[in-house]
Design a protein around this ligand. Structure first.
Ligand SMILES: [Zn+2]
Length: 117
């Protein structure tokens, strides 16, 4: 947990190297963060979660790789494919290849995940 009064500088929209970080920005229920293009929005309580940030930054890279439309088309089509195969929301979400990559690479150490493509 991050105390609001202790870290006032961590709340709001900040320009970072290659992305924008919006701490306390809009995030869907049940999630700690969301990425759309170069904008990463995370909950205030998740502001110190470095693995979450690494995960969302992989999505920033994926948006760059596929474009916004290409990312969303891949994301939604693979999600729907797993739902149609009978998986629930979480089961389908965890099997989206873009999520698998972000999850796997955000666990790896930073020197590895900084490798350029
Ligand atoms: Zn994700």
């Amino acid at each position: 947990m991050v105390g609001f009064g202790l870290y006032p500088e961590s709340v709001g929209l900040e320009r970072k190297d290659g992305y924008w970080l919006w701490t306390g920005g809009p995030v869907p229920p049940g999630y700690a963060g969301i990425t759309l293009g170069p904008l990463v929005s995370i909950r205030k309580r998740a502001a110190s979660n470095q693995r979450l940030l690494r995960h969302e930054l992989i999505h920033v890279e994926q948006f760059r790789r596929h474009g916004v439309f290409g990312f969303l088309a891949r994301y939604m089509s693979t999600y729907l494919r797993w739902r149609l195969r009978g998986y629930g929301h979480l089961g389908a979400y965890r099997r989206i290849p873009l999520e698998v990559e972000a999850d796997w690479r955000s666990r790896a150490d930073q020197t590895f995940q900084r490798t350029d493509r």
